[in-house]
Structure formats: C-alpha cells, structure tokens
Design a protein around this ligand. Structure first.
Ligand SMILES: Nc1nc2c(ncn2[C@@H]2O[C@H](COP(=O)(O)OP(=O)(O)OP(=O)(O)O)[C@@H](O)[C@H]2O)c(=O)[nH]1
Ligand SMILES: [Mg+2]
Length: 376
C-alpha cells in the first residue's frame, strides 16, 4: 500500500534552486518521527540554499526496487517538477546506485537533478568547506559515493550496447572515468594522510607535554562552537545552520579549581544517518575526538527531539571507537526553557554527570569547568 501526503509551499525567494523534497517512510514510522525527519530535511535544504516548492511524504511498506519511490509516484513527481520548474528533487533516504540511475534517466533530459540524503549533505559540506583538508575529505567522500553509481552506469550501458561481450563507446568512457576516479582517490588519500600525520605529531607533542585533551561533540547546531568560544574566547564560527563547522579547532582551557590547563577541541557535528562514507572520509578530522581523554557531549536542551539526537550522537561515537571514553553531558540553551527538567535528566543520564549551561547567557560555565577538572 502506498499513501502519500503533499504540501504545496509558496515562497517568493528568487535565485535559489527550486527543490522538491520527498521522504519515504515505513508504515510503522510514528507521525512525530515523520515530522522530525521532514523538519530536518527542510533545515538541511535551507542550509544548502534551496527553495522548497513541494514536500512529499510517502508511506511504503518497502522501497521500490527500481526507483525507491515507485513508478507511479515518480511519474507524478516528475510532472510536478516540470510544471513547477524545479531544479532538484531531493529524496531523504539512502538510495542504491541503480535507483538513482533509473530516476536520473527519467529527469535528466528535463535538466532536473536527483539527490539522495548523502548528496545533499555532501553539497552542504562543499559549500562550507574552507580548508584544503576539508575540501579533500569531501572530495574523497564524493568519490566513494559516486563510484558505485558510475559502475552501475557502465553495467547498464554495456547491456544496452548488446549484452555481455560487446564494448560500446559509452562503456569505454565509463571505464576511463572509473580509472580516473580510482587514481584521484589514491592521490587524495595520500594528501589526507599527510594532514593526519601532522595531527598525530601534534598529539604526541601535547601528550609529551602532559596536556590532557577534552573534545566537544554533539548533534549539529547544538552549540559546540559556541561552547568553545565562551570557554576559551577562541572566535570559532557560529551560525544557525547545519554543519557550520567542518574542521577541528583546538584551544587551551584553564581549569582554576585543579590549576591545570587542558586542550579543548571543537569539531564537525553529527546527524541522524551520518553517512559512513563521511565518517570514513573525515576520520582524520575526527581523530581528536577518538583520542580525547574526556568528551563533552553538547546537547540542545530546548530541542523537542533531544533524546533521539543524544542516541544518534552515541551511535556515531560507537562508529568512531570512542564509546568508552569518559563523557560529560552538557545541556545547552537552557535560556530557551521556562522549566528545566534537571531532576529527571540528572537521574536518566546520571553516569554522564549532566551540567546545565547557556552559552548565550554565560550560565553554568564555572560548574562545567569544575566537573571537567574533577573528571580528567
Ligand atoms: N538560545 C541559545 N542559542 C544558542 C546557545 N548556544 C548556541 N546557540 C545558537 O545555536 C546556533 C548553533 O550554534 P553553533 O555554536 O554554531 O553550533 P554547533 O554545534 O557548533 O553547530 P555545527 O558546527 O553547525 O554543527 C547558533 O545560532 C547559536 O547562536 C545558547 O546557549 N542559547
Ligand atoms: Mg560548529
């Protein structure tokens, strides 16, 4: 059974790419979860600079094998995309290469692009990357994401050219592209390796000097860079957008209670279904987190989806092999709350020594420094 909901959105923004958003959810997805997914997809699209023309939620028992969203719905979406002069169709799921390929075939003549969730996140990363290393990491993630699609394209083209044994010129081009990408991947990995080595030398030096390291992690937009700034006056880039930070910033923090200096680092934010290709590609940036003596998990306490986001950050920490590092939960943005459920949060997350802060109003920072001092 296929059920779908359509929302038409009228906007007067000009010049930005016009976008149709599609989220395919299972029939078991709770309405709250569906709302949250769509809201996050909208935030990601706005962060990219897209103008949302139509939003579609589609309920399916299982994704369609060929096109993920199903031929009937796809036809409707394509017609609507033409009518609304849409530039990009974004599907909030992780599609298989052949599914993207099949959809692209339907829309490419009309000049419409098709992205899945990873494409969208990669595009935002591309927009925000300002260091050479971040650019290289994004390119690497892009190659890993695109590789299987190109392979699939080669397969389809060889079949069209007359089946096994026939080598059409399309296929030869695809072969060349694949070789070129493989070479590029090798070169980029070498370059990234150099950054990783430098970083590890820095880490060794700090260790020799006896510095303890504290790493700030958290869902994107939780206030990680804001926390680094208020604690160290560092001046990291803060913005109400997703993935504002894409590199790692390390800064000294003096802990008066224990009369000790530690090194505090802020890094890239996490998100639900953070594509493994991205975690892999950003491993060297995230190494500070992996090797930290203590992790500060920053949480937006005013976010209605706080508990889900906490879980998702924990999952990424597991993927990074950092699940065992001692952690402090820092509930931020308490200025947004009329009532802070301190008692229940302290009880629920007891082992993570919850602290309640507002980076905006400078509340709770001394408490936090004391807890860091006693935990390190
Ligand atoms: N009300 C309120 N807003 C805050 C607080 N701390 C941060 N913000 C806002 O939250 C938004 C995100 O802050 P950032 O510090 O950039 O968050 P981040 O976790 O580094 O985000 P990414 O780097 O994008 O993952 C900004 O608009 C901040 O001004 C706070 O204590 N209270
Ligand atoms: Mg940040």
């Amino acid at each position: 059974m296929v059920v779908s909901f359509w929302f038409r959105v009228y906007s007067i923004a000009m010049g930005n790419p016009r976008v149709i958003l599609i989220d395919v959810i299972s029939s078991h997805t709770k309405p709250e979860e569906a709302k949250r997914r769509l809201f996050e997809l909208e935030s990601l699209t706005h962060t990219y600079g897209g103008m949302i023309v139509v939003k579609v939620i589609q309920k399916r028992v299982t994704p369609d094998y060929k096109t993920y969203i199903g031929p009937g719905k796809l036809q409707e979406v394509v017609e609507l995309a033409e009518l609304e002069k849409v530039d990009i169709i974004i599907i909030n799921n992780l599609l298989k290469p052949h599914q993207i390929f099949n959809i692209e075939r339907m829309v490419e003549r009309k000049g419409i692009k098709v992205w899945d969730r990873i494409d969208l996140i990669l595009k935002i990363f591309q927009k925000h990357a300002d260091t050479t290393e971040a650019k290289l990491q994004i390119r690497l993630a892009g190659i890993r994401h695109m590789g299987p699609r190109i392979y699939r394209m080669g397969l389809e083209l060889s079949q069209q050219a007359g089946g096994i044994g026939t080598r059409g010129s399309g296929e030869t081009n695809i072969e060349q592209m694949k070789r070129h990408l493989a070479e590029e991947e090798r070169t980029i990995k070498k370059q990234i390796g150099k950054y990783s080595n430098t970083r590890s030398l820095h880490r060794d030096r700090r260790q020799r000097l006896g510095f303890k390291t504290v790493s700030i992690v958290g869902y994107t937009n939780a206030g990680k860079s804001s926390l680094l700034n208020v604690l160290t006056k560092k001046g990291a880039y803060v913005a109400d957008e997703l993935f504002a930070t894409l590199d790692t910033r390390v800064s000294k923090l003096w802990l008066p209670e224990v009369e000790q200096q530690v090194l505090l680092s802020d890094t890239i934010g996490f998100i639900q279904d953070l594509p493994p290709q991205l975690i892999q590609a950003f491993k060297s940036t995230l190494e500070e987190t992996v090797h930290a003596d203590l992790i500060l998990h920053v949480i937006d306490a005013s976010d209605p989806y706080m508990s889900e986001k906490i879980e998702e950050v924990e999952e990424v920490l597991v993927a990074l092999d950092a699940a065992e590092t001692p952690k402090i939960y820092v509930f931020n943005k308490i200025d947004n709350l009329k009532r802070i459920p301190k008692v229940s949060l302290r009880k629920k997350y007891k082992e993570f020594k919850p602290v309640f802060v507002s980076c905006k109003d400078g509340i709770g920072l001394d408490d936090l420094k004391n807890i860091i001092g006693s935990s390190i």
